[in-house]
Write a protein that binds this ligand. Sequence first.
Ligand code: GA4
Length: 342
Amino acid sequence: MGVQSPNLARNKKTCRALGVPTIDLSMDRSVVSEQIIRACEEYGVFMITNHGVSNEIISRIEEETFDFFAKPAVEKHYSGPPNPFGYGCKTIGFHGDMGELEYLLLEANPSSVSQRSMALSNNPTRFSCVVNDYVQAVRGLTCDILDLVAEGLCLGDKSVLSRLINDVESDAVFRVNHYPPFDQSPKVLNPTADFQMRDDKFANNGDSSRVGFGEHSDPQILTILRSNDVGGLQICSHDGLWVPVPPNPTEFCVLVGDTFQALTNDRFKSVRHRVMANSNNKPRLSMMYFGTPSLDAMISPLPRMVSSHNAPLYKPFTWCEFKKAAYSLRLANRRLDLFRHN
Ligand code: GA4
């Protein structure tokens, strides 16, 4: 791990071209729609600028959550374990995945104007407002992106995708990950500066001291991620290279999830990604809104994505069934295969 093959070093120039595309949402609607579709097809991930979410909403949530993670460990544990919501530290899910991080998992349903607990903040009302404002803004952005996709794919019903996550029963989750800085030994390469070959041995935390969040794809439709200026996120390219995503606090990173892959009958591919611990003395703080259908929503390839040459690749499943499968497998498993036609 961390050692580049000579071949890889020679190909470094090519690798740079693999970087994640950036899309300016203020451009002409049809251009943006086309760019989003191309990015979903070719990369499964893209950055967005001019997204319209106010700086104030973003900096307030950053401040509140940094304050939470600055609390003494014993106090933070009053908000855990994340079962299903709350504070988690190092353990991810229920099946032995580990990461060098701590996190908060919070409900993000459109009707959840819920009060958060006193253990999260000594001003739970303010904490709730800040979370709800952020989630509402980012949900709106997710819906805009999904409407642009629906237009570009000529889906007829332009809100067929956004309705799935706007449902009052949506199973959406909001997650904040806090990665402490990594104490770097001299022989380890900087994890954000080098392209590395994907290696199955390390797919699930082989070198556990460096893995913040192990390789996985997100099970939902779309993930909207925002981080501070500390790197660590890497995406797996089609060629099996780990490509660092440079952090940019003014942009959002959008990731295609498994459910979007199934809805588009594999035209879009969910992107495998991971987070490596950083070594620049500053913690990484990332916030993810997971655009999710309701538990009983039926997922199957959209009619427009299926034709006589393009048979449906997936059997219909509910989000609840898929979520159960995701939670019963480890991070690195290919859960979509369970729902594929043979
Ligand atoms: C990955 C995406 C989201 O963070 C998450 C994660 C969830 C968890 O941490 O509880 C999972 C993981 C995520 C996928 C596989 C299962 C479930 C941990 C795990 C091992 C909240 C989600 O929805 O799926």
